[in-house]
Ligand binder design. Sequence first.
Ligand code: SME
Length: 156
Amino acid sequence: MNAKRDLYQELLQQARGLLAGERDPVANAANLASLIWHTLPDLNWAGFYFLKGDELMLGPFQGKPACVRIPLGKGVCGTAAAEAGTLVVPDVHAFPDHIACDTASNSELVAPLLKDGRVLGVLDLDSPHFKRFDAEDAAGIEALARLWAEASDTTP
Ligand code: SME
């Protein structure tokens, strides 16, 4: 038995129920951020940034107030968006241009929101613990990012 995998399976199941029948991307992001925040331990921030032009714009989240605009390619979020790939950062202080929104953050996991190969934004989790996130967390959060993209009407 793998406790973390079970936790993510349960989280994904609950998320499917929560988003069922709703196509609004902001409402779905808001409920997902809340579900993640209340389900996963040891987080100090969980939320969304949406790509607008060449910037990431703050979306629904749980945690302390955060940076509103992040240029594409900057920080952990901007890098994950620019590369269209998930980033697991065990120590954010060692990440070259990490953007410190909350000084309590020590590790971070960012998964891109992808639809038909296009990056629509990112799903970002922060933790006060170093090395909080591993490959299992990355797979679980990627699954939630996919669910958001499939469930939501993201036509511009
Ligand atoms: N630390 C992030 C910025 C977003 S906050 O953590 C909410 C980064 O470097 O992209």
